[in-house]
Ligand binder design. Structure first.
Ligand code: C5P
Length: 236
């Protein structure tokens, strides 16, 4: 058989948005269609990898391709599943939109609206940074594992997209950071979510020049996988 770039490699990819329960019927969620994560899973599989897709809430159907899929709901569930799978993986790609905060507790029964009761107050607590945690775990094991993060960035008066993205790459410690520039349409709505195409910069912690990739989410996924293949080749 033809030897592909990721033959014999185990790749873990997270996709979708986590849902953080408030009560049995309500949640706080992060917008993410899951399209980019699914495209990555298929591209990695096409490159010969054994892929595990860890999927939080998706707005699109899972592909019928023979992927190993693990469903999760909350950030803490995604963390547990990803850490376990990552322990034996060559590559981890964190494409999921993880909620930064969760309600400090979920009510056991539906929060009622009563005329005589005060409006509920929701207290949020911080979720762990799963990506940064994966980097620490990898470093503690001294494993040769490639870790890829995603970031949606906007520029502002204090810096441009690239400044913020480079700072994030440093802070998280991952090897590659795929940066989406979040655009605005006429209504001020963010443009990236749910769309079929994407425009990214792939940043590398080794300091090499950022690689732009643009086009369908499939095309972006292929560009990211190609970059991963080049990095993994340099490991050997
Ligand atoms: O800090 P920010 O949310 O912009 O970072 C985005 C990257 O970090 C993504 O790869 C996302 O999957 C990951 N992330 C995480 N845990 C969090 C928040 C984000 O792993 N709590």
């Amino acid at each position: 058989a033809e030897s592909l770039g990721l033959s014999g490699k185990r790749v873990v990819i997270t996709a979708g948005g986590t849902l953080e329960p408030l009560d049995p019927v309500r949640y706080l969620g992060n917008r993410s269609s899951g399209k980019q994560g699914i495209a990555l899973a298929l591209a990695a599989q096409q490159a010969g990898a054994t892929v595990t897709l860890i999927a939080a809430h998706l707005e699109v159907a899972l592909p019928s391709a023979a992927l190993t899929v693990q469903r999760v709901e909350t950030a803490l569930e995604l963390q547990a599943a990803t850490e376990l799978a990552a322990d034996t993986a060559d590559v981890v790609i964190m494409a999921a939109a993880v909620a930064d905060f969760r309600p400090d507790h979920a009510e056991g029964s539906k929060i009622k609206k009563r005329d005589d009761s005060a409006d509920p107050v929701i207290t949020l607590v911080r979720n762990p940074d799963i990506l940064a945690g994966l980097v620490s775990r990898r470093n503690a094991r001294g494993a040769r594992q490639l870790i890829v993060g995603f970031a949606a960035e906007t520029g502002d008066e204090r810096g441009d997209v690239l400044d913020y993205a480079l700072a994030k790459l440093e802070r998280k410690g991952c090897d590659l950071l795929v940066v989406n520039q979040v655009g605005q349409d006429g209504q001020g709505q963010e443009k990236v979510f749910g769309q079929d195409s994407n425009q990214v910069l792939i940043l590398d912690r080794d300091g090499s020049a950022p690689v732009p990739a643009e086009g369908s989410k499939q095309a972006v996924a292929r560009a990211v996988v190609e970059r991963i293949v080049n990095k993994i080749d340099a490991f050997q």
